[in-house]
Every structure is written in structure tokens, then in C-alpha cells.
Write a protein that binds this ligand. Structure first.
Ligand code: ATP
Length: 843
């Protein structure tokens, strides 16, 4: 009877699937977006999560242990009785599983057709879909989900799903499809955004969290990237792939040790703008970490920790699946792990869910295979009643807001006419009005007018904006004057490669000065101004100068002409003036990042000096990071000043307390000499003066305690700010180095190649690629395009995206190598020379 029921269900499912496929995708979406209710297909028999098994190809398939059924759905496992079981051996020896399909010796294309194609086309019709790969480490989960990123033919489910979506979208005439992408990694129960910019990926501030919102579960802080074509989406996938945490492992050297969730968000709307409805859905593609046993992997240290996290989260996933499959269960344990929490609305329920269980065919892995098949069966029991997400009116909410704004504007106009305030305007400023405000601000600054009349909020905002522009211009001017006059010239002339270290050392000293003693705090301002304020001769803090002297003597470099002590004192005054002009004398402690100059730079010096280039970089490409650096620096200086002031206050409180204690002692002495009075309880009666002294002392003690706590807090904050500043400085310098190498500096032989008659024609090859001539991916791509692509036109986006990712990686490697060889003059970077690119010919 059970088998009959199963059969009926299967037939029903197949019929529905056929019906879905028969109907034109676009017309289904149009129907959903229209105001008429979609007919039929309302009362479907409950579906289940589909479970497929994919066997990794092997030459040693254990035929006697793993038997694949001829129906291509059943699989039997046979394990010989343990000889240790004795005469009465009841342990089970064979197991039989029936799932939705076996994928044995199946191509990637076939896997996609069987597992994902229908789910993806239903996602375009508003159904959420989830595909999850589960299995032992190295069994082929990533191969199934992503495939090989170097070969088009072996691409996995994700690139194929992307292709299908964009292909369908291009065929729709009346429906507009918007696609967005996110890529989340769960590693040791921590969430990572694989597509976040490098700067923010590991940042504490960028920490992600799983939130249960009214619209479902989402990951707060996860970046979601709009993509307009296949190549762009694939490039994001490849980029995310390179960011995955890879760890050495005895079973699989490139084994991924994390769960990865690639999500494609789809939004369909009618091109007919009178229809404001929008249909949203998402496809969640999950590549789980390997379900290996700790004892078998023989891992230790970090990998063992990873494995224990993986096993825990997979066991929570199993518990979740068991609970989902049990209709009587009221509580579903979603929150047990990050993985299960993130997948709360992606398993079963209203969404189409497919599980691919990857297994090995070899005898040695049969136990894991058995446990993977058990998981697949459990998952197969989970019921799912997929329903499309309801279309919603996006523009409608915008319209409501627009109407409200209009109403409020009218109310304001009425209010103003009642209060006789006709100058009030609520429209954006025109160019002429902006120009007028600018001229007013300039007049105000020159003293031509004494006040700027306030008209409305927009005008006030514009006035402030203009002030900011002028302030920024002045800051830059003053800064470049300072740099060109003092700091930079020294750096060029001394060619000191250790200046950067010295800066860091000095900062450390500043830090200690701030947190230790008050006297140190006194000196801090002086020491802090060294880099800018002191003459070019001594970028070394005073305390360090003596220690460094001997080293300097030994150094073969001759000191720059400005190294005499006398000149140092002379050059101090104008710098101080400039500082005051810039920030009211606040520029005291933390120096600007200085460029680590190098010997090879001396040899390969381009017409633009490195420091000039740095100035330019800060104003243009590095403007934002430089601004952040400066902001952080200001905050740090303010905190240090406050800390200084609090320390002084504490000292003065201490002195006052000492004085009061002395006065109290004197008062006591006097009382004893004059004879003291006692009350009925035998307690000494003190006079008013002594009482007021005691109260004062108590008050001072409280103040002292509060001050001390504030000082402690400030110390912690200063330390934190300092770390931020260090990070910022390093980032600014490294970004500059890359930019500089890319835009200004070219190795001699590359320059030669660029000369007329050389191998490269200027302007034809981007400079970043000039650095890796030995790996011309572009050329390879063009060659492949000419020969093989006509047979496989669909692969263009795939290879273009792959090439883009390869180029980026090669460029990053080259730049890293460039930075390393700074001390070897004239060397051409040969990044990647040893290792060929993973770009393979089209097959
Ligand atoms: N069906 C297959 N055909 C060809 N090669 C395969 C197949 N399945 C897996 N492989 C190869 O086996 C190796 C391991 O596969 P893969 O990285 O996909 O395993 P995994 O299950 O994702 O491992 P992990 O759990 O460590 O992430 C890869 O080199 C992959 O190319």
C-alpha cells in the first residue's frame, strides 16, 4: 500500500512538473503580476524535499558493498558481519535506501538538468528554492555546486543557474528581471561576507548577524550585489571562491573547511509601468563543509577545531531535519547553530528544496557513505508545500510617501503665509542660489560682511557645505606645504628605509607617555610633534635619538645637509605657525603616514618623485582613506589631550587631599591638647571646622575615584584608536604602493618594451598587465575565443569572468612581489613565473 501511495505521489509530481514546463515561463510570471488570481494548482498534494545521491567516479568502485538499483533510485549497502560479534551476531549487515535519483557517472550538465533546472525556472515564477550539497570531505560537493572554475564544460550548479536566469530574462519581452547576489561563509560558527571589500571583510565593525525579521530570516550586514549580466555574476562567484577559507587537510588538500551559501535574489516586474507589482524570490545554493569523522582525518590543532565545529553544526542540521520531518513536532530547533538559523526559511516548508548527497564509491569510505545516505533519507521525509511568494506593490509605497511629502509641503506653505514668512522655500537650491551662497561665505570669511542671513534649512546646509569645501582646500594646501618643506624632502634625501618603523616606534612611545605618567604626558606634545615640527634631521623621538646615533654613524648614507642641530631649532618656528593655522595647534602627536622609501626606488626614480606622487594620491585615489586616517588621528589627539587633562586633575586632587589630611591631623592634635568632649555614647565631639574638612576630603576622594575611572576608560579608548590609526596608515601606504607601481613606476625592461619598436605599444596594454607579461591571460583568452568559442558561444561570459578574476589575482600577486623586492634594484617582478595560471584551454 505504501509503495502504491508513493507511486501515486510520484506520478502526481511528474504531471505537475510537466504542466509547469509546458506553460511559457513569461506568461506564468505575467499572470502572477496581473490582478487576476492564478487559476488551478491550488490544492497540490504535499511534496517532499527531493534527495539525490551523486557517486564520485572511481576506478575502485566497491560493487560487493554498494549496489545501485536498476530503477536508478535505490541503493543498497552491504557490510560484512564483524568477526568480533561472536557466534550470535545480530548486527545489521545490509541497508536499503530509496531516494529521488542516483547520479552515477553523470555529467555536470545532466546533474544540473536533473537537480536544478526545474527549481531555477520555478524561482523565476516566484518560488524560493534551495539546493544543498551534503557529504563526506572530498566527495564532490564543491564540484557539484560550483564545479571547476577553469573549465566551462565542468562548471557546476551555480554558474549554470546564473546562466539560465540571465538567458530566460533576456528572452522575456514584457518582464524585467533584476538579479542580486550574496555569498556567505560560515566558518567555525562565525559569519563572513565573501563579497565584502577586502578592507571590511575581517573588520569587527563589519560583523554579521542572523536576524529573524518579519519578512523572514536575513543576515544583517551581508553585502548584496546587483548584477546586470552573466559575466558580472560569475565574476562575483569566482571572487568569492578565492576568498574561501582553505586549509590543509590529510584527506583533501584543498578541502574547504566552511559552509558556503550563495544566494541569488530575483525580482520580476512588468515592463508595463502601470503595473506596480513586483515578484520576489531567491535561490539558496549551499555547499556544506565535509561531514568527516575526527578520528579518520587525523587532524590536529586548528583543523581539529574546524572539524569539531563542522561536525557540531552538521549534527544540529540533522536534528533540525529530523524535527522538520516529524509532523507532531512543535518546536523546531533552528537557533542551535548559525547554519540552521540562516537556513530557517530555506529548508522544506514553502520552498522547493533539493538535497544532493555526495558519496564515495570506495569500500574504505562505506561507513561515511552509510551515514550520508541516512541523512539523505531523513531529508527526503521532510515535507514541502512550495507556494510562490505573493507579488507586492513596490511603487505603491513610494507613491504614498510622495503624496505625504506633498501634503506636508502644502501645510508648511500655509504655516509660512500665516506667520508672514514668504522667503521660505522647500525646493532644492538652484545653481544660481548655490553660487550666491558661495560668494556670501567667501565675503564673510574675508570680513566683507559680518553675518550671513539665515533663510531656510537648505541654505544653512549649503553654507556649511561651502565652509567644509574651503576648510578642506586649506588643509590640503597647508599639508602639502608642510610635506614639501620638511617631512618629505628629508625622506627623499635620507632615503631612510626605517622611517616607517621609527614612526611606529614613536607612536608606541606616545602611547606609553599617555597612559603612564603625568610627566610623560607633559612631554608628549613635544615628542608628538617631532615628525612635522622637528627639523628634517630628526624624525626620531628624543628618547631614541641617543640609541640611534651609533647606527647612524655606521650607516654609509651621508646625512642630509639639514642635519645640524642649529638648523633644527630654526626650522621649528614656521612649522609651528603652520600647524596653528591648520588645526589651532592640535596637530601634535600622530604623524602622517610616511612612505617607506627604498634603494631600488633611488635607482628607478621616475620623473615624478615618490613623495609628489603620494601627495597626488592622497588628493585623488586615496582621498577617502586619507580622510578617514585624518579623522581617526583627530579623535586620537582629542582623547590624548583629555587623558592629559584628567591626569593633571587627578594630581591636583591628590595634592589637595594631602593638604586636607595635614590640616585634619593638625586639628586632631589641637583637639587632644585642648581636651576633647565626649557625647553620651562615648564618641568624640568634633568642631565644625574639623567636620567641614572631613566632608571636603570625602568629596575630593569621590572626585579622585571618578577621575581615575575616566582615565582608565580613556586609556582603553586611546589604545583602540591607536590600533585603528595603525591599520589606516598601513592601508593608506599599501594602497599607495599599488597605485604608485601601477601608475608611476615601471621596471627598466618594461619601459624598454614600451619604447617605439618595443614589444608593447603604449596605450594598448593596461599598465597593471605590463607587470606580468609572462602570463598574458588576455592573449590566451583572445586565442581561445578565435578558435574554440564559436563551438560553444555560451561560454564567453564564463571565460571572461574567469579571466577577470585571474587577472586580478595575478595583479595582486605581482604587486605583493613588487613590494617584497623593493630592496633589489632593477628587478622585474616575476610573480606567478613558477606557477602557471589556472586558466585552461577550452575542451
Ligand atoms: N563527479 C566528479 N567528477 C570528477 N571529479 C570530481 C567529481 N567529484 C569530485 N571530483 C574531484 O574531487 C576533488 C574533491 O572534490 P570537492 O572539492 O568537490 O569535494 P568536497 O566534497 O567539496 O570537499 P570538502 O568537503 O572538503 O569541501 C576535486 O578535485 C574534484 O574536482
Amino acid at each position: 500500500k505504501f509503495q502504491e501511495q508513493e507511486k501515486e505521489k510520484e506520478q502526481e509530481q511528474e504531471q505537475e512538473q510537466e504542466q509547469d514546463e509546458d506553460q511559457d515561463e513569461e506568461s506564468i510570471i505575467s499572470l502572477l503580476l496581473s490582478d487576476t488570481e492564478p487559476k488551478g494548482k491550488k490544492h497540490r498534494a504535499p511534496k517532499r524535499v527531493l534527495a539525490f545521491v551523486r557517486v564520485k567516479p572511481t576506478a575502485h568502485f566497491a560493487q560487493d558493498m554498494i549496489r545501485l538499483g536498476s530503477d536508478n533510485k535505490s541503493i543498497e549497502i552491504y557490510i560484512q558481519k564483524s568477526p568480533r560479534g561472536g557466534a550470535v551476531n545480530n548486527s545489521q549487515t545490509d541497508w536499503s535506501f530509496k531516494l529521488d535519483g542516483l547520479l552515477h557517472n553523470t555529467s555536470q550538465e545532466m546533474v544540473y538538468e536533473t537537480v536544478a533546472k526545474g527549481l531555477v525556472s520555478r524561482a523565476l515564477q516566484g518560488y524560493n528554492g534551495t539546493i544543498m550539497c551534503y557529504g563526506q570531505t572530498g566527495a564532490g560537493k564543491t564540484y557539484t555546486m560550483t564545479g571547476t572554475t577553469s573549465e566551462y564544460r565542468n562548471r557546476g550548479i551555480i554558474p549554470r543557474a546564473i546562466q539560465q536566469i540571465f538567458k530566460s530574462a533576456a528572452e522575456f519581452l514584457n518582464i524585467m528581471v533584476t538579479v542580486r547576489i550574496s555569498y556567505l561563509e560560515i566558518y567555525n560558527e562565525a559569519l563572513f561576507d565573501l563579497l565584502a571589500p577586502a578592507l571590511g571583510r575581517g573588520c569587527k565593525e563589519n560583523q554579521l548577524s542572523v536576524i529573524d525579521g518579519p519578512q523572514g530570516v536575513y543576515v544583517k550586514g551581508l553585502s548584496i550585489h546587483p548584477v546586470s549580466h552573466e559575466e558580472e555574476a560569475l565574476h562575483l562567484l569566482f571572487e568569492g571562491e578565492t576568498n574561501r577559507v582553505i586549509s590543509e587537510h590529510s584527506l583533501n588538500k584543498n578541502s574547504s573547511r566552511s559552509h558556503c551559501i550563495f544566494t541569488i535574489y530575483i525580482e520580476c516586474r512588468s515592463r508595463d509601468y502601470t503595473n506596480h507589482k513586483c515578484l520576489k524570490s531567491k535561490i539558496t545554493l549551499i555547499d556544506l563543509a565535509g561531514s568527516e569523522r575526527l578520528s579518520k582525518t587525523g587532524s590536529d590543532g586548528q583543523v581539529r577545531v574546524e572539524a569539531s565545529y563542522i561536525n557540531k553544526s552538521l549534527s544540529f542540521l540533522e536534528q533540525l531535519v529530523i524535527a522538520l520531518a516529524d509532523p507532531k513536532r512543535e518546536h523546531i530547533p533552528f537557533r542551535q547553530s548559525k547554519l540552521t538559523h540562516v537556513l530557517k526559511d530555506s529548508l522544506g516548508g514553502k520552498c522547493n528544496t533539493v538535497l544532493v548527497t555526495n558519496i564515495y564509491g570506495e569500500a574504505e569510505h562505506v561507513e561515511e557513505t552509510l551515514s550520508s545516505l541516512r541523512f539523505a533519507t531523513r531529508m527526503n521525509w521532510v515535507t514541502a508545500e512550495p507556494v510562490p511568494n505573493g507579488p507586492f506593490y513596490q511603487e505603491a509605497s513610494v507613491k504614498v510617501l510622495e503624496e505625504e511629502i506633498q501634503l506636508l509641503k502644502q501645510e508648511l506653505i500655509m504655516q509660512n503665509s500665516l506667520t508672514d514668512n514668504s522667503l521660505m522655500s522647500y525646493n532644492p537650491l538652484t545653481t544660481a542660489q548655490r553660487a550666491e551662497i558661495k560668494s556670501q561665505v567667501q565675503k564673510y570669511l574675508r570680513g566683507v560682511i559680518e553675518e550671513i542671513d539665515i533663510v531656510n534649512v537648505r541654505q544653512i546646509q549649503e553654507v556649511f557645505r561651502q565652509f567644509k569645501v574651503i576648510l578642506n582646500q586649506q588643509e590640503e594646501e597647508v599639508e602639502s606645504r608642510l610635506w614639501s618643506k620638511y617631512g618629505l624632502r628629508y625622506m627623499i634625501e635620507s632615503g631612510s628605509s626605517s622611517s616607517f618603523d621609527l614612526c611606529l616606534e614613536k607612536e608606541q612611545e606616545d602611547m606609553e607617555g599617555t597612559t603612564d605618567k603625568d610627566e610623560d604626558l607633559e612631554q608628549e606634545d613635544d615628542a608628538g610633534t617631532l615628525e612635522i615640527e622637528s627639523p628634517p634631521t630628526s624624525p626620531i623621538p628624543r628618547g631614541k635619538r641617543e640609541a640611534k646615533k651609533d647606527d647612524e654613524k655606521e650607516s654609509s648614507r651621508s646625512p642630509p645637509p639639514e642635519t645640524s642641530q642649529d638648523e633644527s631649532s630654526q626650522s621649528k618656528t614656521p612649522t609651528t605657525d603652520l600647524e596653528e593655522e591648520e588645526e589651532g595647534g592640535d596637530q601634535d602627536s600622530d604623524e602622517e603616514p610616511t612612505i617607506p622609501s627604498s634603494e631600488d626606488f633611488q635607482n628607478l626614480r621616475p620623473p615624478v618623485s615618490k613623495q609628489e606622487a603620494f601627495e597626488l594620491f592622497k588628493k585623488v585615489t586615496g582621498q577617502e582613506i586619507h580622510r578617514i586616517f585624518r579623522d581617526n588621528k583627530r579623535i586620537l589627539i582629542a582623547k590624548k589631550k583629555r587623558s592629559h587633562a584628567v591626569a593633571q586633575e587627578i594630581n591636583s586632587l591628590k595634592q589637595q587631599m594631602e593638604a586636607i589630611k595635614e590640616a585634619l591631623e593638625a586639628q586632631k592634635q589641637k583637639r587632644r591638647q585642648e581636651g576633647q568632649y565626649m557625647d553620651e555614647k562615648g564618641q568624640v565631639i568634633i568642631d565644625e571646622e574639623e567636620f567641614s574638612l572631613i566632608l571636603k576630603l570625602k568629596g575630593l576622594k569621590e572626585e579622585h575615584r571618578a577621575g581615575f575611572t575616566e582615565l582608565q576608560d580613556l586609556k582603553a579608548e586611546i589604545q583602540y584608536c591607536q590600533q585603528l590609526l595603525d591599520k589606516c596608515r598601513k592601508r593608506l601606504i599599501s594602497e599607495f604602493e599599488i597605485w604608485y607601481n601601477e601608475n608611476v613606476r615601471l621596471p627598466k625592461d618594461v619601459k624598454k618594451a614600451l619604447e617605439p619598436g618595443g614589444n608593447i605599444r603604449p596605450g594598448m596594454v593596461p599598465l597593471k598587465r605590463v607587470m606580468c607579461l609572462d602570463e598574458d591571460v588576455q592573449d590566451k583568452f583572445e586565442r581561445v575565443q578565435e578558435t574554440a568559442l564559436p563551438d560553444c558561444p555560451g561560454s564567453v561570459s564564463f571565460y571572461k569572468a574567469r579571466m577577470k578574476t585571474d587577472q586580478k589575482q595575478t595583479f595582486n600577486r605581482t604587486m605583493a612581489a613588487l613590494r617584497k623586492i623593493h630592496r633589489k634594484p632593477g628587478l622585474v617582478p616575476a610573480a606567478g613565473k613558477k606557477k602557471g595560471l589556472s586558466f585552461l584551454p577550452l575542451t
